[in-house]
Design a binder for this molecule. Structure first.
Ligand code: ADP
Length: 249
C-alpha cells in the first residue's frame, strides 16, 4: 500500500459566521513535500480556510493537525514557530526601506531579537549575505537597493515570498500569489513557487484553475464551504461538478 506522509490535515473543519457556514465539515490532507492548491469560485471559503489553518480565526468545530500534533488551540505566532508560515503574516513590506533591508528585518524577526545586534558589524554582514541569497532565490538581486515601494507589483509579491522564506518555513501558505498580475508576472511567480517549494510543503490559495495546473500536485476544490473534489489537476478539471461550479451553471 502507498503510504502518504501527511503534514497537515483537518477533520470536520467548520467556521460559522452568525449561523452561516463559510467553511463546512472540511477534510483536508496535505502530503509532505507537495504543492497543494486550494481553489474555488469567489465566496467558496478559501480565505476563511486559510485563516483557520494559520489560526487567525478560531474554528467553530473541527480539528487541525500539523506535523503530528493538534494545533487547533494554538496562536498564530505559535504555529509560525512550528514552521507553518503564511506569506500574508510578514507581507507587511515596508515601502520606505530597501528590498534588502526588508529581507534583513524579516531575518531578524525570525531570531526574535532586539535591534541590538545592528551594533555588531559581523552579524550585520551575516544577515546581509543571507538576505542577498534569498533575494537571488526569488530573482530580486538587481532590485536589492531600490526601496520596496519602487518595486513593480509582480516583484513586490516576489519580495513577500523572500520575506516568508526568511522565516525558514517548513510549510508555506500562499494566498493568491498571482492575484492581479500580468501573464508575464504570473509565469514568473509560478516558476518561483516551484523553485522555493523544493524541500518544503506549499499550500496555495488560488482563484484561477490555470495557475494551479502546472504547479499543484494535488488540488482541493471548495464551493460554498464544502470540499467538492480533490485530486490532481487532470482528475479535478474533468469533474462535471467542478466545471459547473467554475462556469456558474
Ligand atoms: P473565498 O476566499 O473563497 O472567496 P471567503 O472565505 O472569503 O471565500 O468567504 C466565504 C463566505 O464566508 C462568503 O460568503 C463570505 O461572505 C463569508 N464570510 C467570510 N468572512 C466573513 C465574516 N467575517 N463575517 C461574515 N461572513 C463572512
Amino acid at each position: 500500500p502507498r503510504v502518504v506522509d501527511t503534514i497537515l490535515e483537518t477533520e470536520g473543519l467548520t467556521k460559522e459566521f452568525r449561523g452561516f457556514a463559510a467553511v463546512s465539515d472540511v477534510r483536508l490532507e496535505v502530503a509532505r513535500g507537495s504543492i497543494h492548491g486550494l481553489i474555488g469560485p469567489n465566496g467558496a471559503g478559501k480565505t476563511t480556510c486559510f485563516n483557520l489553518l494559520t489560526k487567525f480565526l478560531p474554528p467553530t468545530r473541527g480539528v487541525i493537525r500539523y506535523d503530528g500534533r493538534d494545533i487547533t488551540g494554538l496562536k498564530p505566532a505559535e504555529v509560525a514557530r512550528l514552521g507553518l508560515v503564511r506569506s500574508f503574516q510578514i507581507s507587511a513590506v515596508f515601502p520606505h526601506l530597501t528590498v534588502l533591508e526588508n529581507v534583513r528585518l524579516a531575518l531578524q524577526r525570525r531570531r526574535g531579537g532586539s535591534f541590538d545586534f545592528w551594533r555588531s558589524e559581523g552579524l550585520l554582514k551575516q544577515f546581509d549575505d543571507r538576505a542577498m541569497a534569498l533575494l537571488e532565490d526569488v530573482g530580486l538581486t538587481g532590485y536589492a537597493r531600490l526601496t520596496a515601494g519602487q518595486l513593480p507589483y509582480g516583484r513586490k509579491r516576489a519580495l513577500e515570498i523572500a520575506t516568508t522564506l526568511a522565516l525558514d518555513p517548513v510549510m508555506m501558505l500562499l494566498d493568491e500569489p498571482t492575484a492581479g498580475m500580468t501573464h508575464e508576472d504570473v509565469d514568473r511567480i509560478v516558476a518561483l513557487v516551484k523553485r522555493v517549494a523544493a524541500g518544503r510543503t506549499v499550500l496555495l490559495v488560488e482563484h484561477n484553475l490555470k495557475v494551479v495546473e502546472g504547479l499543484c500536485d494535488t488540488i482541493t476544490v471548495l464551493t460554498r464551504g464544502r470540499v467538492l473534489a480533490q485530486g490532481d489537476y487532470a482528475t479535478v478539471s474533468r469533474n462535471p461538478e467542478v466545471q459547473a461550479a467554475y462556469l456558474g451553471t
